[in-house]
Design a protein around this ligand. Structure first.
Ligand SMILES: Cc1cc2nc3c(=O)[nH]c(=O)nc-3n(C[C@H](O)[C@H](O)[C@H](O)COP(=O)(O)O)c2cc1C
Length: 209
């Protein structure tokens, strides 16, 4: 019997850095991970502002579009709407063991920290916390206010992992894609999905001496 495929919940919210979320989606699909995806309304505005991706507005169309764009296998990608309460991610019995919010707006960070659960993204994160599952948050704001920092501290203490969208430069990025991959590699390392985007510290750069 072949093992169950790995399943990950991915939420893309309206912080700057839509490319991080889309590249992460692409890498998860390429690694044969099943992805349950949610894209907030604000994220759709950011995607339109920051990328060339012509994402449709309806979640059913997003599923077909992104599946085509990133070569998802049949049933590998499912996209859910903001009030689709019957989705697997809305319950501890159906949700994957890992959820990533990338990028994570400060609004979404606040909603998760306070357990608002007013839409499916917030509910899925609430489920991850109550079930003590893996929750990765990738906020981006500058500067951070005391409120943002308090929320990050509170969530870290509850077991969530905050990976700020702050790429390093020691790998000498040559392009925006290299900087995006720096963060995406960090997320993939954290959730245990094999990645070849960036060598681990102490290992040689691809093609290097
Ligand atoms: C182009 C653009 C860039 C934005 N950048 C950020 C950002 O870097 N960080 C952030 O927290 N919010 C940012 N926002 C604001 C959020 O989108 C807004 O607070 C929204 O309510 C978040 O909703 P969501 O959590 O449902 O996605 C940005 C909005 C736009 C349109």
């Amino acid at each position: 019997m072949s093992p169950e495929p790995r399943r990950v919940t991915l939420a893309i919210t309206g912080a700057s850095g839509a490319q991080y979320g889309l590249r992460l989606l692409q890498c998860l699909l390429a690694a044969d991970v099943q992805v349950m995806l949610m894209i907030s309304k604000a994220a759709q505005v950011v995607i339109a502002t920051e990328t060339e991706v012509a994402l449709p507005g309806r979640h059913e169309e997003q599923e077909a579009f992104l599946g085509r764009e990133y070569g998802a296998g049949p049933g590998q990608l499912r996209v859910f709407g903001r009030e689709q309460w019957m989705a697997p991610v809305a319950s501890g019995s159906g949700a994957p063991s890992t959820m990533v919010v990338c990028p994570c707006s400060t609004g979404c960070l606040s909603a998760i920290a306070t357990g608002a659960s007013n839409n499916l993204i917030e509910r899925a994160a609430d489920v991850a916390l109550k079930e003590r599952r893996q929750l990765i948050l990738v906020p981006r704001e500058a500067p951070y206010s005391e409120i943002h920092l308090e929320h990050m501290l509170k969530l870290t203490r509850m077991g969530a992992v905050v990976i700020p969208a702050s790429p390093g430069f020691y790998h000498r990025p040559q392009s925006i894609e290299d900087m995006v991959d720096f963060i995406v590699a960090r997320i993939l390392n954290q959730i245990g999905v094999e990645q070849t985007l960036l060598p681990r510290w102490g290992e040689p750069l691809p093609g290097g001496d």
